[in-house]
Write a protein that binds this ligand. Sequence first.
Ligand code: PSU
Ligand code: MN
Length: 309
Amino acid sequence: MSVTSLTSNLVIHPDVAAALSTGQAVVALESTIISHGLPSPRNVLVAKEIEDSVRAGGAVPATIAILDGKVHVGLNEAQLEQLGDPDSNVIKVSTRDLGPVIAAKGNGATTVSATSHIAHLAGIKYFATGGLGGVHRGAQDTWDESADLVTLARTPITIVCAGVKSILDVGATVERLETLGITVVGYGTDRFPGFYRADSGYDVPWRVNTVVEAAAVANERDRIQAPGAIVLAQPVRAEDELDLALHDATLASGLAAANQANISGKDVTPFLLDWFHTQTNNASLEVNVTLINANALLAAQVAVAAARG
Ligand code: PSU
Ligand code: MN
């Protein structure tokens, strides 16, 4: 069954379609980071930079988003600009929102959850992002756990990220990753990265040191048909980390502000990311941009190595 027969609302960019049909490396990219994770107008510049990082690694980028009810796998420049425009009414779309937003012919920026689902549907096996969603602090009362986790439990893609966002309960997230059967591999590290910081304070169960080793893990996962994702966790370089004291102070004030403003549900993560960017005078923004480009490059390199066998 061809991908396009699954739904007439799926639009694969010609470059992506050509790469997929010839077995060339393709890397999926999410759009929530553009519409809800980075400030305008920098977000559009970064969206293009991330695509260039994928190309620098030898793969074809496929940024995924929903525009006028069409699910696009691969976007042109005008579409990236539309997604980054605060006036274009772009909704944050998780997997559960796909049917409604498509039916309403709306615009949606896809999270890690929705992007993974669509990438897999389109036959794309590699995906790069900044930091995954996970278990929020206080989840024992709020039950706030990102849908990223449950989607990754059932979606056999390989996602390169800088761990989970440090705004989360990292220890609880690490436990949930284990329960859900999601493979976690450190890239050149024994420690689970902490997004803005290289070390979250937790270990990873597996480590690879090279692109070829990472590709071997992904290919063996495919052969054995393990149902879950591989999280290839690449730490931000020590010289690019956010200052620890600044990080901890900003996190504490951000959590208090979110609480006071009664922020809940899907608004929590964008609120805290924006809090970091404004309170750190964009220092966190630079870390975020640096790490997502590094992840895009690595995902492309692993995809290229995996395509060789
Ligand atoms: N990583 C970033 N910036 C982001 C996100 C990840 O560097 O904005 C987004 C991803 O789309 C992820 C989402 O899926 O945040 C998680 O949102 P929530 O915690 O509401 O599940
Ligand atoms: Mn949530």
